[in-house]
Design a protein around this ligand. Structure first.
Ligand code: COI
Length: 359
C-alpha cells in the first residue's frame, strides 16, 4: 500500500528569483522537497514541505563514515504542456543497487515514484522550457543514525529536491588523461552512485583545472591503460564509423544517458562496441586520422563534446565540434525525445499523469 505523504505548500514561492533565461547549473532550488525516514525497519514520515535546511546532529553517521548515495534525473514539459519524467524507474533501480552495495535500506518503488511525481507536479512551474534546459532532480539518501561507532547504520533519510538547469558543461571540453589518481578499482564502489566517488575526484580535478583542463579521463587502477569515465560522465569515442565505449566491468557507473545513447545509436544502424578501450588505441586512431568524435554522457552533462585530450603532456585535438555526426545526433535526438518532439520508441518518458498522484 502506498505511503501517505503529508503535504505543506510554501506560502512564499521563490520562483520570481529565478532568471529562466540565464540559468546556472545547480544553485537555485525549486520551492519544495520530499523527505522520508527509515526507522525500525520501515519507511515513515513521508512529507513534501518547503525546500529548506535539514536539522542534523553533529553525530549524524553519514557525515563521518560517508554512507551516502544519490541519483540525478530530469523532468521536462512535453508538447501537451504536461510535466514528464525521463526513465524514472531506471534511477529508482540504480538507487537501490547503490543502497545495497553501501549497506543501506532499499526504497520501495511506490514511495520513490509517489514522492517524485507529487513533488514535480507541485513545482511544475519551475520546469524550464528553453532548449537544453530541464528540471534536474536530485534524489539522495544518507545514514541518519546519531552514533559514532562503526557499524551499518539503522536509520536513513531519503530526500528529493529539484532545480532548473541548463547543460552542465557550457563549452566543449579539454580533458586530461589521468595517470596518477584512480577513481575506482575492482570490488570497490565505482559502479554505484556513492557520494565518496565524487569526494575522491575533487583533488585530482582541481589539479587538472589548475593545469588548464576542464575534466579528467579516468583510467584503470592497475595500469592506467584503459579508459574508464570522464569526470562525472561515461565516455564514448568514434573511430571511423564505429562507436566504442568502455564496458561496465564493475568500476564504471551504468549511466542511464549512456544506455539511452547506445540504444539510439544501434536503432539508427550504428555499430556500437562496449569493451575495454585503451588510451593507446585512441591515440593510434587519432594519428591515423580516424578519431572522428569523443564525448561524455550523463544526466547533468547530456552529451558533452571533448575538444582536446591530453596524454603524457601531448594535446590531441579532435575535429571541429560542429562537424561531429554522432555527438550532434545524440544531443538533438535525446532532447527531442525528452520534450516530446521525436517518437519515444523505447517508452522512456513517463508523463506525470500516469504516475499515481492525488494532490
Ligand atoms: C549527474 O546527474 O549526471 C551527475 O553525475 C551529477 C553531477 C555531474 C552534477
Amino acid at each position: 500500500m502506498a505511503i501517505s505523504i503529508k503535504i505543506t505548500k510554501t506560502t512564499q514561492s521563490r520562483i520570481s528569483e529565478c532568471d529562466f533565461n540565464n540559468i546556472k547549473f545547480g544553485n537555485i532550488f525549486s520551492d519544495h522537497m520530499f523527505v522520508v525516514d527509515y526507522e525500525d525497519g520501515e519507511w515513515k514520515n513521508a512529507e513534501i514541505l518547503p525546500f529548506g535546511n535539514l536539522s542534523l546532529s553533529p553525530s549524524t553517521f553519514a557525515l563521518h563514515y560517508g554512507q551516502a548515495i544519490f541519483e540525478g534525473m530530469k523532468a521536462f514539459i512535453n508538447n501537451n504542456g504536461e510535466a514528464q519524467l525521463f526513465r524514472p524507474l531506471d534511477n529508482w533501480k540504480r538507487l537501490n543497487l547503490s543502497a545495497k552495495r553501501m549497506g543501506m535500506a532499499e526504497l520501495p518503488a511506490d514511495i520513490f515514484m509517489d514522492g517524485l511525481s507529487k513533488l514535480v507536479e507541485i513545482d511544475k512551474q519551475w520546469i524550464p522550457t528553453l532548449p537544453g534546459s530541464a528540471l534536474y532532480i536530485r534524489p539522495f539518501m544518507f545514514a541518519a543514525d546519531n552514533y559514532v561507532g562503526v557499524r551499518t547504520a539503522l536509520k536513513f533519510k531519503f530526500v528529493i529536491f529539484t532545480c532548473p538547469v541548463n547543460a552542465y558543461y557550457p563549452k566543449p571540453l579539454r580533458v586530461l588523461v589521468e595517470q596518477k589518481y584512480v577513481r575506482a578499482f575492482n570490488g570497490g564502489v565505482g559502479n554505484v552512485k556513492a557520494a565518496g566517488n565524487y569526494a575522491i575526484s575533487m583533488l585530482p580535478t582541481t589539479e587538472a583545472n589548475n593545469k588548464g583542463f576542464d575534466q579528467i579521463i579516468w583510467t584503470d587502477g592497475n595500469e592506467h591503460k584503459y579508459v574508464e569515465e570522464s569526470g562525472t560522465m561515461n565516455v564514448f569515442f568514434v573511430i571511423g564509423k564505429k562507436v566504442i565505449t568502455p564496458n561496465l566491468d564493475g568500476t564504471i557507473l551504468a549511466g542511464i544517458t549512456r544506455d539511452s545513447c547506445i540504444k539510439l545509436l544501434k536503432s539508427e544502424g550504428y555499430e556500437v562496441e562496449e569493451r575495454k578501450v585503451s588510451i593507446d588505441e585512441i591515440i593510434e586512431a587519432h594519428k591515423n586520422g580516424l578519431l572522428n568524435d569523443a564525448f561524455g554522457t550523463g544526466t547533468a552533462a547530456i552529451v558533452a563534446k571533448i575538444a582536446t585530450f591530453n596524454h603524457n603532456g601531448i594535446d590531441y585535438n579532435l575535429p571541429d565540434v560542429n562537424t561531429r555526426e554522432v555527438s550532434n545526433f545524440l544531443y538533438k535526438q535525446l532532447n527531442a525525445i525528452q520534450t516530446g518532439n521525436a517518437e519515444d520508441k523505447f517508452d522512456w518518458n513517463l508523463p506525470i499523469r500516469n504516475a499515481a498522484i492525488n494532490i
